[in-house]
Design a protein around this ligand. Structure first.
Ligand SMILES: [Zn+2]
Ligand SMILES: [Zn+2]
Ligand SMILES: [Zn+2]
Length: 180
């Protein structure tokens, strides 16, 4: 796929800025600031490896197996100012785009789905795709997996633990892998 286009200097600057924001948001998510005032020990080599990985993801368009609802071409993952989203690979002819679902139905309105978003300061959070009609939002990544203990329809990832979002329920386990 050729996407040779000419950009103005301002557009190039904007793309560079967005790429850097994306990298910063990803690194912040992988190495969250330690809570309770404890400094977190971070492996510098691991951070550099992650940055390389994130940069190569930015260059390679990640093609999904989801079809565009208008023209049936495959959707690709794009990195925008407000986080990742899906866009039609037929762009610019087809301008269809949509939020990426986490596979979890919104626990508040029970109609929308939760999608990855990015705050103005660059932090990743998860909110209902029916925003602004539904303002549900959480910092913890929701996982499309029912709670084996209380039957909650989803679980959440809190750093290296997977826990139940229901505060009355004490279900938790250690996550086998860091989600990125
Ligand atoms: Zn399309
Ligand atoms: Zn909602
Ligand atoms: Zn539970």
């Amino acid at each position: 796929m050729s996407n040779a286009q000419t950009y103005t200097e301002a557009e190039v600057n904007e793309r560079v800025r967005e790429a850097l924001e994306e990298v910063r948001a990803k690194v912040q998510e992988l190495f969250p600031r330690a809570k309770d005032g404890n400094e977190q020990q971070v492996d510098g080599v691991e951070v550099i490896q992650k940055i390389n990985q994130i940069l190569s993801q930015l260059v390679e368009e990640e093609v999904t197996d989801e079809e565009c609802e208008k023209c049936s071409q495959l959707m690709v993952v794009k990195h925008g100012r407000y986080g990742r989203f899906l866009a039609c690979s037929g762009y610019p002819e087809c301008k269809t785009s949509k939020a990426i679902s986490t596979g979890v139905t919104c626990p508040q309105c029970k109609e929308g789905y939760l999608t990855e978003k990015r705050s103005k300061r660059g932090y990743i959070f998860f909110g209902c795709h029916h925003y602004p009609d539904c303002k549900f939002a959480t910092w913890n990544r929701p996982l499309p997996e029912p709670c084996p203990s209380c039957g909650s329809t989803y679980l959440i990832q809190k750093y290296l633990k997977i826990v139940c979002p229901d505060k009355e329920c004490s279900y938790k386990r250690i996550s086998e892998e860091r989600k990125n």
